[in-house]
Design a protein around this ligand. Sequence first.
Ligand code: PLP
Length: 405
Amino acid sequence: MRISARAQRIEPFYVMEMAKSANAIAREAAGSDRPMIYLNIGEPDFTAPPLVREAAERAIRDGRTQYTQATGLMPLRERISDWYAQRFGLQVPARRIVVTAGASAALQLACLALIDAGDEILMPDPSYPCNRQFVSAAEGRAVLLPATAAERFQLSAEKVADAWGARTRGVMLASPSNPTGTSIHPDELRRIHDVVTERGGITLVDEIYLGLSYEDTYSHSALGLSDDIISINSFSKYFNMTGWRLGWLVVPDALVDVVEQIAQHLFICASTVSQYAALACFEPDSLAEYERRRAEFKARRDWFVPALRELGLDVPVTPDGAFYAWADCSRACDKLFASRSEYNSGMQTAGSWEFAFELMKRAHLAVTPGRDFGHADTARYIRFSTANAMPQLEAAVARLREVLA
Ligand SMILES: Cc1ncc(COP(=O)(O)O)c(C=O)c1O
């Protein structure tokens, strides 16, 4: 069968390949005293709080399961708008909020609405792997700009200005970022937005982890900067609803109808049951629970990141949000693989990939090697997810200590 050139352009998603291997090893380890610990998965270990689950049950019982408008239930868009006001002090009108099947659908809608064949989108290396594919599916080209620890693994205005070319259409950022958990400083974001606006481009900021922000400096939505910024968000992370497939995007007024029309054709609407359930996310009891969980995520970060550093797995920038630790494993690789001839003959670029497999086999610890997230320096890095209970994190550190002893 002839496969489209578009499909052939899609790169492998190594995280998923790694997860498959982890599952195979986990089956063998299941009966042992060392079942697999999964620090590779980027989703909260919490499920939706009780009021949300009850609201879903009620919607099903009452038969409220028909399609909604492509832009989502108006009461849900209004509650999201209220949340922006209460949490971020921002006036974001409900009409500019489009409810989608997760941030994934929101990102696709934004790309399809704005990218023409051959357009280039600048994004940091490392960044969320799917973004490159969303751009490519819209016939555009993702241009990865290496971002250093000194830049918090984010783009700078200077870099954006230098890289801007005849085909550049805009920038795609995530703050806080996956895989690094680091945010763009608000002043830098303002400067980037100025550079982009002067060139008639678009600034898209994925704020899916913004609810899980731990430092006041970074706890601001990019929407406060300008009405022409596109912000992506989701019920997956802060609201602990990954499998419910619900998210949203905020677009400038001029884009609402365009995005609505594409959404009508591509998705009809996001899951109706999930939308009714999500209304209950904004009840005071649910919001209190989410804040308690945010404090728990912060406590995990505060314990886990120093523990990694003590083991020689340097985390060059302390994550200010999300639930990831982006750790340089080159010293650990030197220690583990020094005796291997292929390592010493220049093969060490495969470092974090090999290291991840070694951890999986020897310690029954699943982590994500940097490979998916870019090309520049990612072979040195491992992404740990701290979306796991403290006893699991403690056990993981104990196992790492043994392997690296
Ligand atoms: C930065 C980023 N954007 C988007 C997504 C997709 O999220 P959703 O579950 O809302 O589709 C993820 C998922 O891990 C992510 O890390």
